[in-house]
Design a protein around this ligand. Structure first.
Ligand code: BJW
Length: 244
């Protein structure tokens, strides 16, 4: 449970949220024009909402899948900078994203945990069979694993459900020398609690990069504010040059 206090570069954990994909054309949730200004989160992002009206939930995620496949939606300079950091940093860089889009992968990042799932995958509620699914999903589809009809659901984590790979995330947080939070409002747990975990269990440096101060901004030792496509490449450049 201790961080690397020597002078050699230590491991980095980066947490990203919807803000990093905003300039790629994808909506955030809680900004004035965000997703939750148009749809009720209890209807589309809870297991109870899905049980009540699965067709509504499928329509919501089908529209987002279609948007993600729009050729205009591409990784931006912030995604690219994080891929560069992973490639050039001499220790481990783990990217933990709350985003269900695949823009980090498309930019070239490799060590990624999608703690809230992935938009382009679906899984069977009956047999847990997980499959890549870039197309529209409906109650008419059949699970290739168990043959049942109407049992597939988006492979995303809704409120009240356990986020994915938490053990691996907390292990990495407990061993990092630098924790960077990018483009997240800090309103959704457990991700919002990562900075407190890092401060409690390590001596790691904590940095927030965001458009504006997040809910937990005062928990970070340092912060740089502005659009992700500007502040993230600048921060990565300084880090790799040993100037930050
Ligand atoms: C820019 C920018 C630019 C804009 N450049 N920046 C009371 C207290 C504490 C916890 C709880 C509680 N009551 C309930 C809970 C738990 C609950 C929770 O946190 N609720 C809170 C709302 C209070 N959490 C859960 O239920 C989680 N599970 C859990 O806790 O499991 C443990 C457990 C389970 C069961 C029983 C017991 C324990 C699950 C959370 C699942 C979240 N799911 C969603 C939707 C699914 C995925 C999807 O459809 O996409 O995930 S909700 C939504 O919020 C989505 C996101 O990943 C998540 C976080 O949002 P994010 O990324 O921060 O986006 P925004 O919009 O909020 O912020 C964007 C930021 O970007 C802003 O700051 C902007 O300024 C900035 N920005 N443009 C840089 N250009």
């Amino acid at each position: 449970m201790s961080s690397d206090t020597s002078t050699r570069p230590g491991n980095i954990v980066i947490l990203t949220g919807a803000g990093i994909s905003k300039e790629s054309g994808l909506d955030t949730f809680r900004c004035a024009d965000g997703i939750w200004s148009r749809v009720n989160l209890e209807d589309v992002a809870t297991p109870e909402g899905f049980a009540r009206d699965p067709e509504l939930v499928h329509a919501f995620y089908n529209a987002r899948r279609e948007k993600l496949s729009d050729p205009a939606v591409q990784p931006n300079a912030a995604h690219a900078a994080l891929a560069r950091l992973e490639a050039e940093w001499p220790a481990e860089v783990l990217l933990v994203t709350q985003n269900i889009d695949d823009l980090h992968e498309r930019a070239g990042s490799r060590e990624i945990i999608h703690m809230h799932g992935e938009l382009n995958k679906v899984r069977c509620q009956a047999c847990e069979h997980l499959v890549v699914w870039p197309d529209a999903l409906s109650l008419e589809h059949t699970c290739a694993g168990c043959g049942r009809k109407g049992t597939l659901r988006p492979h995303v984590v809704w409120f009240g459900e356990m986020p994915l790979e938490m053990e691996r995330i907390y292990d990495a947080l407990s061993q990092c020398s630098l924790f960077v939070s990018i483009g997240t409002s800090g309103q959704v747990y457990p991700a919002a609690g990562f900075v407190s975990h890092v401060r409690m269990y390590t001596r790691a440096r904590t940095v927030e990069l965001n458009l504006e101060p997040s809910t937990g901004a005062t928990l970070f030792e340092e912060a740089f504010y502005g659009p992700a496509s500007g502040v993230v490449p600048a921060f990565v450049e300084r880090l790799l040059a040993g100037r930050s």
